[in-house]
Design a protein around this ligand. Structure first.
Ligand code: KG4
Ligand code: ZN
Length: 356
């Protein structure tokens, strides 16, 4: 079984071809980071227009590199949500048009399911069930992954997503976007102990996350010190990173304890971390410590699989196709699309497709 996949939920245009036996045959990506840099954030209209320009050439080259033509394919998968609606629609329209023209099933994939399943592309994939921490620009979620299509959200951010907090902190310190890598670069050699920043949610009884207060604390310190020297910025970045990492580690520790108490027969020994923020070294170090002390194996896919890509969409699409979970050509693109039907509605979660 062979699947072509398209990702266009935010500012990465990507296409990939995955074969059930041969693995990932090709994986093409164009990042719009430079296009949005001067605006300090992703501009939705510019993102959509650029996807229109990039996607078809990416699809062509993904097929070419995979030595695949339409007759070899069994389905066309695409990110159906959540994300920027205009951006999603560009990928959805292309994927559904190709599926229609080639008489193939279309498979609408939940972007977060893609992130959750990305670690399965690795040589030593984590077994099911496992605990997953998804830390991206749009989401911070702690999820029990029982099986393909069976996800239970244990905790989520009450305010900013982890990556969003990094991006906003970078902005207020005058660093470039995307903010996560900029904060990490600047924080190398910084002295985190110089500032007493809060550890949001530390010790709270539910494994939720929060980052807005931490970002505000950085702003206050920065305002008190202004104008900032390079050393001030480095110390603030290091302090922010450490506080965020310790807060996340504490929340994950609690999630593990909940898994122990409630989740028979969840195999509690595997923690998967994905999403762009998983690239952060201080965060990984904090999680490695928690995992080691709780007896969990830590799985962090390489950055290329952690950040947005089409390989993960292809994987999720192939898993769905293998189960007969395909969609009509009229499946909507959805800007908001909850992952877990049973999580608190106030947190905005819900069902992942009718068949999940
Ligand atoms: O998963 P991703 O590529 O896109 C989605 O949000 O879906 O995540 C992007 C986020 C951005 O907020 C970026 O600043 C953050 O991941 N990020 C990092 C690092 N690399 C990327 N945050 C902290 N440290 C990093 N090294
Ligand atoms: Zn993403």
């Amino acid at each position: 079984m062979r699947v072509l996949a398209i990702e266009s939920s935010c500012d990465e245009s990507a296409a990939a071809v995955l074969d059930a036996h041969g693995g990932l045959l090709s994986h093409e990506l164009f990042s719009q980071v430079d296009l949005h840099r001067t605006y300090g954030g992703v501009v939705p209209e510019l993102a959509s227009r650029d996807h229109v320009r990039r996607l078809l050439p990416l699809v062509r080259s993904a097929l070419q590199r995979a030595a695949t033509d339409a007759r070899d394919l069994h389905g066309v998968a695409y990110t159906a949500g959540p994300g920027l609606i205009g951006a999603l629609l560009t990928g959805a329209s292309l994927a559904r048009s190709l599926a229609y023209a080639w008489k193939l099933p279309a498979i609408g994939v939940h972007h977060l399911e893609g992130h959750l399943l990305a670690p399965l592309l690795e040589a030593e994939p984590p077994p099911f069930p496992h605990l997953a921490l998804l830390v991206s620009g749009g989401h911070t979620l702690l999820i029990e992954v029982a099986a393909i299509g069976r996800y239970r959200v244990l905790g989520a951010s009450r305010d900013d997503a982890a990556g969003e907090a990094f991006d906003k902190t970078a902005k207020l310190l005058g660093l470039s976007q995307p903010g996560g890598p900029a904060v990490e670069r600047s924080g190398i050699g910084g002295r985190p102990e110089r500032f007493a920043l809060p550890r949001p949610m530390l010790g709270r009884a539910e494994p939720h996350f929060s980052f807005a207060g931490l970002k505000t604390a950085v702003r206050q310190q920065a305002q008190a010190l202004a104008p900032l020297s390079d050393e001030d910025v480095a110390d603030l970045c290091a302090a922010f990173e450490l506080a965020a990492a310790q807060s996340v580690a504490d929340r994950v520790r609690l999630g593990m304890a909940m898994a122990h108490a409630q989740l028979e027969p969840l195999a509690r020994r595997h923690l998967v971390v994905s999403g762009g923020v998983a690239a952060n070294r201080r965060l990984r170090a904090g999680l490695a410590e928690v995992a080691a002390s709780a007896g969990y194996a830590l799985h962090v896919p390489p950055p290329a699989l952690c950040t947005d890509n089409a390989a993960m969409v292809a994987w999720a699409g192939a898993e769905r196709l293998a189960r007969g979970w395909t969609d009509g050509l009229d499946v909507p693109a959805r800007a908001r699309w909850p992952l877990d039907p049973d999580a608190a509605p106030a947190l905005g979660f819900g069902r992942l497709g009718a068949k999940a």
